[in-house]
Ligand binder design. Structure first.
Ligand code: PLP
Length: 377
């Protein structure tokens, strides 16, 4: 059977991973500064993670959400403790798209409205609020959407006010750092203003932390750089370190009702084991503080690179914007230097989203490789 050919592929076949490195079928080592798109939070095949998953697999991989699963509560307790959001309620699902869909569905139930506001260049997965990394507009446009989604310019409170005043909006969904779109950020003033306007007009503020959450920005959630209190927080990616786990955190003011949300696989035993192991390692190894320290080191090392326009992002969700398009650079980094990096809607932006276990020596390797490939461009 033919695979449905939707992904342009690099000609590399990773078969094994160990912390910040992956290995292809010939044993060739690659430095992974991409982390499968911000998914690998605690490093590939971390021993605590593989042990916990293995142990659980031999006990019970899955049953159903119709019976008690104490692992869900353990995950919720550890997540509440590490994130500081322990007064929120947790609903578990399997991916970022699902987390956002559940967030919008919930917002619609709670407010009795259905229109959604998102922002230009946002990316919320293949959801009804799908969009819009600059050059993918058509591919990611919402199809058969149950929500009518309007896209506004980021950081313009007056246009948000203009839309919210109409009274038909259930949710304003926003990435605290735009991932796929290219690392633009809402300002604190905008986020605080959006929170106020949502309250005033009866809409919920949804923070999409699918890519920026789980310590990547140097705080557990990136919105915590801005001192706001979202109604719903969507998470996935780093939450399972490669095992598909997603979820939403729901403000205590929102009351659950039986049947409101539901899922077959969400919160299954294996997913919880993966999620718990990730939280254990993040905490035990102080990886969130470490992300901030490595980011400062990275910025210092990278700031004098030739043709660099600016450094964008926070923590280990960081990008180098060059005066030229970076597609060739990324190819050279992979095929000649054996280093994985990421791209963005902004074609001049070279992104790194490494495991939070990355060390200064790996940053040194990367910067040295960059000087080389830029020199030989
Ligand atoms: N939201 C954001 C901010 C993302 O970056 C992504 C994926 O890149 C998603 C949602 C979708 O997540 P998933 O691919 O797990 O559905």
């Amino acid at each position: 059977m033919k695979l449905f050919d939707v992904y342009p592929l690099y000609d590399i076949t990773p078969v094994r991973g160990d912390n910040v490195y992956v290995y292809d079928e010939k044993g060739q080592q690659y430095l992974d500064l991409y982390g499968g798109h911000a998914v690998i939070s605690i490093g590939h095949s971390h021993p605590h993670y593989t042990e916990k998953l293995n142990e659980q697999l031999h006990k019970l991989g899955f049953y159903s959400n119709a019976v008690k699963n104490p692992l869900q509560q353990e995950l919720a307790d550890k997540l509440g403790n590490l994130s500081g959001c322990d007064n929120y309620q947790l609903f578990l699902c399997n991916s970022g798209a699902e987390a956002n869909e559940n967030a919008l569905k919930l917002a619609s139930f709670v407010t009795g409205k259905s229109r959604v506001i998102a922002f230009n260049n946002a990316f919320h997965g293949r959801t009804s609020a799908a969009v819009a990394a600059t050059d993918n507009k058509n591919i990611n446009a919402p199809i058969n959407s149950q929500h009518d989604v309007s896209f506004l310019p980021l950081n313009q409170l007056h246009s948000l006010d203009y839309e919210l005043v109409k009274g038909d909006v259930c949710a304003v969904i926003i990435e605290p750092i735009q991932g796929v779109g290219g690392l633009d950020e809402p300002t604190t003033k905008f986020l605080k203003g959006a929170q106020e306007l949502c309250k005033k007009h009866g809409a919920l503020l949804v923070l999409d932390e699918v890519q920026s959450g789980y310590g990547r920005s140097g705080k557990f959630f990136a919105f915590q750089h801005h001192n706001i209190e979202p109604d719903i927080i969507a998470m996935a990616k780093g939450m399972g370190n490669g095992f598909p786990v997603g979820g939403i955190l729901i403000h205590p003011s929102i009351e659950a009702k039986y049947g409101m949300l539901g899922t077959t696989f969400g919160g299954n035993h294996l997913a919880c084991a993966a999620g718990i192991a990730v939280l254990d390692v993040l905490k035990e190894n102080n990886l969130i503080t470490h992300a901030t320290e490595i980011a400062a080191y990275f910025t210092e090392k990278a700031k004098n690179l030739p043709h660099l326009k600016q450094i964008k992002g926070r923590g280990l969700m960081i990008g180098l914007e060059f005066e030229f398009e970076v597609a060739d650079l990324r190819k050279k980094l992979i095929y000649e230097k054996r280093i994985f990096t990421g791209g963005a809607g902004n074609k001049n932006l070279l992104r790194i989203l490494p495991p939070l276990t990355v060390q200064k020596e790996h940053i040194d390797l990367f910067i040295e490789a960059l000087y080389d490939v830029i020199d030989n461009k």
